[in-house]
Write a protein that binds this ligand. Sequence first.
Ligand SMILES: NC(=O)c1ccc[n+]([C@@H]2O[C@H](COP(=O)([O-])OP(=O)(O)OC[C@H]3O[C@@H](n4cnc5c(N)ncnc54)[C@H](O)[C@@H]3O)[C@@H](O)[C@H]2O)c1
Length: 367
Amino acid sequence: MDKTKIGIVGCGNISGIYFENLTKLFQNTEVLACSDLTREKAQQAAEQYGVPRVLTTEELLADPEIEIVVNLTTPGNHYAICRDALLAGKHVYVEKPLALYPEQGRELVELARERGLLLGCAPDTFLGAGLQTCRKLIDDGFIGEPVAASAFMVCHGHESWHPAPEFYYAPGGGPMFDMGPYYLTALVSLLGPVSSVCGMTKTSFSERIITSAAKFGQKIDVQVPTHVAGTLQFAGGALATMIMSFDVWSSTLPRIEIYGTRGTLIVPDPNTFGGPVLLRHEQGTSFSELPLLFPYSGNSRGIGVADLASCIRSGERPRANGELAQHVLEIMHAFHVSADSGFYAALSPACERPRPLPSGLVQGIVD
Ligand SMILES: NC(=O)c1ccc[n+]([C@@H]2O[C@H](COP(=O)([O-])OP(=O)(O)OC[C@H]3O[C@@H](n4cnc5c(N)ncnc54)[C@H](O)[C@@H]3O)[C@@H](O)[C@H]2O)c1
């Protein structure tokens, strides 16, 4: 198979699973080069995954053989590296969020369009077996017309495990920008785009103490809201209730539930690729767990990159595309805009529901 050549920028915490899957799981990708501000990290990844070239980021963007730049840096670096990569003529896939601010995201989407390049963005968990099974159940009418949904992600932040957790409390961080993309991308894939948002926000702790090993005891000044609650109106009519929080020690709330005119669907954790998927039909007496109808139930991060690589050849729109990520970025901002203004924030639902995966796929291919 003709493999698309990839350069990875940013060899930190999340990069391992991308290297693993883009070098071993997906049949249409190969990693040709990698870079990191800390060169040893790139060197170590290159040795571990057999990547031929360790470059500076500038050299990587200028390498004529690289077709897709995969940007796995921290959120504050997403916009500039994506812009430079697009200006260098590369297709781009970036970790979430697309950018810190909607204007930056819009510029990236527009730049890619002008240059005839593809722009993709994490998360790609909505292409996993669990969420694709939910998508098929909804599209096939198993719960009737969706009328409402709930989405909850509550935890006490990432400073207990991440080796460098400062970015989670800086602009581009906080629970909405960190975890919201998983929940919102899943909801948009299941229910379509959002037309308005009503939000409230809170910062319960002004500083955080790191308890993971490398920076144990160091303080982080919290610069962003760490509890975000609100309501979303979907263009299709459904209403969703959402809480994203780094201020809660524990809870029994579900992750995502979709309520339809004929039944209820319990959706798996959208930060994972597998199940369980549970359905209770109006005529049923209890929830039943359904079999997953698609491959990619394990950690398949990078499936969005493999899909983008396939779209370079086919001319189709990538599923985890820039317009979708931009819509998600605008929704996340809308929660904060609404909270600051005290009014609903209206959105122009400018993206389409991403195409579902086809049935009959085997692991390793995406189309
Ligand atoms: N850690 C996770 O579990 C996780 C999960 C899903 C998504 N993400 C997302 O992935 C992204 C990266 O997160 P992470 O946890 O891997 O962060 P990290 O801090 O562990 O790694 C980021 C790496 O990028 C490098 N970098 C920064 N600027 C650079 C530049 N200009 N050129 C080259 N390298 C540069 C840093 O040196 C660092 O090694 C974030 O957007 C995050 O939201 C992280």
